[in-house]
Write a new protein. Sequence first.
Lengths: 415, 415
Amino acid sequence: MPEFLHLLPPTQALQRLLDALPGAGPLQVERLATAGSLGRVLAEAVRAPHPLPPFPRSTVDGYAVRAADTFGASGSLPAYLQVAGEVPMGAAPAVEIRPGRAALVHTGGMMPKGADAVVMVEDTQRAREGEIEVLKPVAAGENVLPQGEDVKAGEVVLTPGVRLRPQEIGGLMALGITAVAVARRPRVAILSTGDEVVPPEAQPAPGQVRDVNSYTLSGLVAQAGGEPLRYGIIPDDRAALEQAARRAHREADLVVITAGSSVSTRDITAEVIRSLGAPGVLVHGVSIKPGKPTILAVAQGVPMIGLPGNPVSALVVARLFVAPLIRRLLGMTHQPYHAEVPARMAVNIASETGREDYLPVRLETTQEGFLAQPVYGRSNLIFTLVRADGLVRIPPAATGLQAGDPVRVRLFEGP
Amino acid sequence: MPEFLHLLPPTQALQRLLDALPGAGPLQVERLATAGSLGRVLAEAVRAPHPLPPFPRSTVDGYAVRAADTFGASGSLPAYLQVAGEVPMGAAPAVEIRPGRAALVHTGGMMPKGADAVVMVEDTQRAREGEIEVLKPVAAGENVLPQGEDVKAGEVVLTPGVRLRPQEIGGLMALGITAVAVARRPRVAILSTGDEVVPPEAQPAPGQVRDVNSYTLSGLVAQAGGEPLRYGIIPDDRAALEQAARRAHREADLVVITAGSSVSTRDITAEVIRSLGAPGVLVHGVSIKPGKPTILAVAQGVPMIGLPGNPVSALVVARLFVAPLIRRLLGMTHQPYHAEVPARMAVNIASETGREDYLPVRLETTQEGFLAQPVYGRSNLIFTLVRADGLVRIPPAATGLQAGDPVRVRLFEGP
């Protein structure tokens, strides 16, 4: 298949890859302590074993009363109630509220039997010893949190595919659920290719450069929820790449190969992927810049992605394809919202129609808001992205952007 | 000091706390392998030990030439050049380009001596054995990445206080910097108070509820880059709280106490903080909802924060005060951009002027973009936040928001 005959838009390309994968849901499930599951993806539905709050609670400091006893009460004509006791925090109230009675209750305290409302302490006055004046009426239910207001017993409170944030951890703890089933992290094999590439700890000879892609991609994989496995640097040699790719294909849930940058080495990547099984290469060439030579494939159920060798292209394309694929392998039910910052373009930017451009920009703060300043550098080397806060997407229909145009900068920090 | 006499706006409150802390910069520095430093905050300036790229490289597949040899070349009148050899990937070229000569070079290959430009292979044609026709002229420097284009030798490429993203890790590796000095994670002590609070694994008796705040706050602390230390559940007792707070103050870099929700237990928190040293309580009461009873303090150089006991308030306030404080203790030089999603309010929302409101909302996708749907529930319990995607800030000057008003939803996922 000649390269780039049919360039697919990135959304269609991703969809074609996802459609070729076996059913949704996580690869495998593991059981973890809830306290250690922050950021993991839930693999089971969670039902509330009991209501929350588990008992009716006061929402203020005051007196638990029968609302009817306060009807018509005012500063000039208070209702007089006998104080039958105090509700201790953390225990069931010993008192029962009969007509004409009240009990001191603190915020969060359990409502005593017979009481249906709480008068705020500010709306009362001590009368004689053991008696209060209520200066304002309360309606039934006022200042009371009914049992099950937050969650009913048996209610599904969390569904599978949800990434656990601090509040989900808290919610599980509130229900006494101290262990949960989560998706195992997908193992993502990362292969860097190139005769010129040496490990970071090596002193490169003339003509050699250090491996960058293994490490940027490991970082992105970890951020997306995967477990990066570095398979090292593979020479531009069909047999060597096939051997390494075959091992990765056997051991990992997703194989990512950063191809050499010349056409011939890119062809080797596609050939090797094809040799690993059906359906093989699904997309070869995507209508984006950077990232045109991207390869998306599935070989015997294992997704494989061929990324451009250029570090900027590799990282930008990985955000578009590798991260969503990891989320799919985690069984996430929806993609996260893009973390974006609204800004205005600082300069005019040309773009070809029919192609989606991703432009690295730096945010500059002005009195009128953020300016998106393109990070120039025809080098397209890694420090281009070090100097950038995020990417501006130029849609395929646009011929470019004008200075002052509103844009949304997709932050590198975000999901 | 009576509670809430002077409510400070949140930005001023935070500033007052930060101003009372010892100088900027991280608490302590530790040395890590660069490969394991994703998300950590750099504690040293990094200079490039050599330029990047380290040698001039071809950016295309083609022939390295002397540009002058191609001047005037065209399809009808090509320039004829002798092919003097091929530049191997990953090695210094053996050939030197003299006038009338060219050498095959691949993308990323090192420019041979004498050559100053590269003709793309598409713009050439094989003539006789060992000879090519150049069909288009190139200018000097064309298709060549000069040495040092990305980074000059000795240039400061990273400054202290930067959080390391995948691209910073990659940039460090490109320069052979395989270990870096980063800020030690601030140790954040978390104390939950309340006679009614029991650990998540306990079966609560009537009147008791499980600890939520220790776990939601641990999650937030970890996300912000701190190391959460849970000091457990402290009863509503001045002596017990003072003992626990004293130990936390000695062992941690930041102490967070979720106060009981009744006025009396909140007063205990402030008293205990005051007992730990000067300057003591700096802010007691912030003009926000939720979160009015927030306490910000510094005791002998250690920041201390008293949060409301309600789980929703505690987590919302922690995002506003605990997370920025952790970033300051990490020596971060600037706060990250808020990850936001633009949306429109689904309904009218009232708000008091002079107070900043943070409203939990769920995002709904419509054809016109996102709708921000407030997550109701007067319960204000933890599942309110489980159902929310983010917060809408209602500024202090506003009396509320109208349905259809444009808002920015601060995502919980973001920084």
